[in-house]
Design a protein around this ligand. Structure first.
Ligand code: Z2T
Length: 836
């Protein structure tokens, strides 16, 4: 008899031999996969072959859950959340699936026993980087929490062939390489070509009378693209639920290019195929800056149309009438990227299902809810009318009709207020005409939310003020969260073990239980264990940093970390100015006593964002000087870790002592990295911005290093005519002069000019105004780190009080307040149950 390795109570259901959870079964299947799926034997097998053989072992164990889940939802016609997102930044699947199946340690043992390095195999996975940053990673955390909470849900998005670019640092500059994540195949996805749909593009519309003499509109497209779904199972933690992430790949429709073929235009037919496949070729790498490209709008429409058609197919299978679309589905719009869904659902209901306008509009509004993720004006999506009309002629007509009816409502509510009409219109007509996607999303949704308390308030006061005045009850807040499965259990096994040995492991699905660690902050033995865990994580990271940058860092120095997309509003330049200030202090007074620190930076700049790229160059240039200077005697180190992504994040957050959350107040909608740091015991130096405010509220002001202007102070300073040059004195002046002089650029006084001149003359994000306050807060950090025992206390309390920032809490709020979607527990089926 094989020894059962796992006797966890959540797996009470029968296993067949294919999914047995014994060491012997894992090892047998591992070699079966190597032979029969990969066609390899050990002498020729690469590390990647072994990774894939292991991935298929795990996938087999997920499929029983996946099929059982699909069967239950189909049979019960369960209410389902459809999360519409142009980005899903999933990160590697293997480790997470092992954790959620509850077989991580057992599989590690089985693999190790075969003489293989388990950690090395995990690192082989090319992560699906199908997102830019926070917004895409939030979508990934959300679908994991939905599965853990056993809520029927589908993630709908795009299967980009090239995800976010791979960043390399060459001569201190960012360079981009394409992300070929599919090179060796993807064991986690299953294509479903049988559920492919056609998406129309371009052409014109014409009115006609149907067989019942009804007025109808026909859209005659000039292009057709096939959308093929690729499904990935998303496991809940220690549940039988496996939901689906359904990503669409664009292909040429076999039938459509026949016409061209028959005219003998072989080349034209092939070109059409190539241009169809372009639609899901590459993720636009801009996080909060619009590109306004036609291909981007095509991508958005492509996945939205495919997803809504898919939802109609599901209704049909379950024999639910289209009039009940909104009862079956709650669809969440992750920012305005999928907002065209409002017009597309209207089109599908009216044109293709002959539902009357009023009823279609009622269904549409009851279906959608909209989450806004930024207040930055340059990120608000507006599409030039001519471009929109060319690509989506029918949708423009529908949007005009929605707008006419909507503005009638506004006219009655706000009698005589024509300026308000112009402000609220779905069409911006102040000059060149644009379709305002945020307005379309608001009008077509029954609920609108921001992603942190401050952000949601600012939405109501600023960007969406008119809409708030019209429909105050539709507005709400859903403070972001992150999944503790990936961001603690998987990424920080040492901390997980320590915590669980004291308070059990229920905190993994009920993060508020971390509060039970609070009394342990007063336990000297526990504090020492806590510091030991942190130090071990720092040693791990030091090895990574050495391997990737060649820089040796001291695990006993304070690890001061800023990892996130590079953006002026996030103020990586404020951080590096402070580094230069410390360096300047050390050089001016070699005997000055400073707390040894390692400054760790990571993040990608949008390829066309020159100032962001120059900030990277400044960071690496300061690093080159500081790291080599014997005068600082290893008291300062600066590391820019290339290619910050989910995989690297999992090694950075556990190693951080200090989390840099230094955006200009009012600019960062929420932030989610801030939460990952705090959970893992880092203290925050931060502004009153985004979710920082709520983190400080939870962990206590005495365990948080606050600095900087508040949002109203920022507003007042700008209103009074901010002049950054007024702040150029003392240490800041010397720092700026040092950079300007070419000290960090081998005498080249021109290199950093655009950055420095921009600060001195404009400084739109108030770097200079906050510098002094930041510098003082950093002195408090340095002093606090000297008392390691007290630091440990604060670190424990940060983690203990981070329960609010689990995405489980966020998802529960979405479910209760917006989606009204109850949990559906899953009973595992055996092969007996599913016999035809
Ligand atoms: C993004 O990552 C975020 C907002 C965007 O606005 C676009 C992208 Cl790609 C269109 C971020 C916010 O900057 C961040 O504050 C927030 O935590 C995150 O979305 C998730 O809500």
């Amino acid at each position: 008899m094989a020894t059962p390795l796992v006797a966890v109570e959540h797996r009470t259901e029968p296993q067949d031999e294919r999914t047995a959870l014994t060491k012997e079964a894992f090892q047998r299947d591992f070699f079966n996969n190597l032979f029969y799926i990969l066609g390899k034997f050990p002498t020729l097998a690469t590390k990647n072959d072994y990774y894939q053989a292991l991935a298929f072992v795990v996938r087999d164990r997920m499929l029983q859950r996946w099929i059982s889940t699909a069967a239950a939802y189909t049979k019960q016609g369960s209410r389902t959340v459809a999360y519409f997102s142009a980005e899903f930044l999933m990160g590697p699947h293997l480790g997470n699936n092992l954790v959620n199946l509850g077989i991580h340690d057992e599989v590690r043992k089985a693999v190790t026993e075969l003489g293989l390095d388990f950690n090395e195999l995990l690192l082989e996975e090319d992560e699906p980087g199908l997102g830019n940053g926070g917004l895409g990673r939030l979508a990934a955390c959300f679908i994991e929490s939905l599965a853990t909470l056993q809520i029927p849900s589908l993630g709908y998005g795009i299967r980009y062939e090239f995800g976010i670019f791979h960043q390399e640092i060459v001569d201190g500059w960012q360079t981009e390489r394409t992300d070929k994540w599919l090179r060796f195949g993807n064991p986690w996805e299953i294509p479903r070509p049988e559920w492919a749909v056609h998406v129309k593009l371009g052409g014109y519309t014409e009115p006609y009378r149907d067989e019942f003499y009804r007025h109808r509109v026909r859209w005659v497209p000039d292009r057709l693209v096939a959308a093929v779904p690729y499904d990935t199972p998303i496991l809940g933690y220690h549940t039988n639920t496996a939901n689906t992430l359904r990503l669409w790949k664009a292909e040429a429709p076999e039938s459509f290019d026949f016409a061209v073929f028959n005219r003998g235009d072989y080349y034209g037919a092939v070109m059409q195929k190539v241009s169809s496949e372009n639609l899901s070729k590459v993720l636009y790498p801009n996080d909060e800056q619009l590109q306004g490209k036609e291909l981007r709008l095509s991508q958005q429409y492509f996945f939205v149309s495919a997803s809504l058609q898919d939802m109609f197919r599901i209704l049909k299978i379950q024999k639910i009438p289209v009039e009940r679309f909104h009862e079956k589905f709650a669809a969440q719009l992750n920012d305005t990227h999928p907002a065209i869904a409002v017009a597309e659902l209207m089109r599908l209901l009216i044109d293709e299902n002959v539902v009357p306008w009023e009823q279609a509009w009622d269904i549409t509004r009851r279906t959608f809810a909209y989450t806004n993720h930024t207040l930055l004006p340059e990120a608000l999506e507006c599409w030039p009318l001519p471009l929109f009309a060319k690509l989506l002629p029918r949708h423009l007509e529908i949007i005009f009709e929605i707008n006419a009816r909507f503005l009638d409502e506004v006219r009655i509510r706000f009698y005589g207020d024509e300026e308000r009409i112009a402000r609220m219109s779905l069409i911006d007509e102040r000059g060149e005409r644009y379709v305002r996607m945020a307005h379309l999303a608001c009008v077509g949704s029954h609920a609108i939310n921001g992603v942190a308390e401050l952000h949601s308030e600012l939405l109501k006061q600023d960007v969406l003020r008119d809409f708030y005045e019209l429909w105050p009850t539709r507005f709400g807040n859903k403070t972001n969260g992150v999944t503790p499965r990936r961001w603690m259990a998987l990424s920080n096994p040492r901390l997980t073990k320590l915590v669980s040995s004291h308070i059990g492991d229920e905190w993994i699905t009920d993060l508020s239980q971390l509060r039970r660690l609070e009394p342990l902050a007063e336990d000297a033995g526990f504090r020492q264990q806590w510091l030991d865990v942190k130090r071990a994580c720092k040693c791990d990271f030091a090895a990574v940093a050495l391997k990737k940058t060649g820089i040796t860092i001291d695990p006993d120095s304070l690890f001061d970390v800023q990892v996130k997309r590079i953006h002026e509003y996030k103020r990586q330049h404020l951080n590096i100015l402070h580094v230069v200030a410390l360096y300047h202090r050390l050089r001016s007074n070699p005997n000055v006593d400073i707390t040894p620190r390692t400054f760790i930076f990571g993040g990608k700049a949008a390829p066309g964002y020159h100032i962001a790229k120059l900030i990277i160059k400044l960071i690496t240039s300061v690093g080159d000087v500081v790291n080599r200077d014997p005068a600082v005697r290893d008291r300062l180190k600066v590391v820019f870790l290339p290619n910050f992504n989910v995989k690297n994040g999992q090694r950075i957050y556990p190693a951080a002592d200090l989390s840099e959350q230094v955006s200009t107040a009012g600019k960062e909608a929420s932030g989610t990295g801030n939460m990952k740091f705090s959970m893992n015991g880092a203290l925050t130096i931060g502004t009153m911005d985004g979710a920082n405010i709520e983190i400080r509220e939870e962990v206590g002001a005495e365990n948080f290093f606050l600095f900087g202007l508040t949002t109203p102070e920022v507003g007042a300073l700008k209103a009074s005519g901010y002049n950054p040059a007024n702040y150029l004195d003392g240490e800041l002046k010397e720092v700026v002069e040092l950079i300007r002089s070419g000290f960090f650029s081998r005498g080249d006084a021109e290199l950093f000019r655009p950055l420095i001149d921009g600060l001195v003359h404009h400084d739109p994000y108030l770097v200079f105004a906050d510098f002094d306050s930041y510098s003082k807060a950093q002195q408090q950090v340095s002093a606090a780190y000297q008392d390691r025992d007290h630091w440990a206390r604060m670190s424990i309390l940060n983690s203990a009080r981070s329960g609010k920032f689990s995405s489980d809490r966020t998802i529960r709020e979405y479910c209760d307040d917006i989606w009204k979607a109850p949990a559906v527990p899953i009973r595992l089926l055996t092969q007996e149950d599913v016999k035809v």
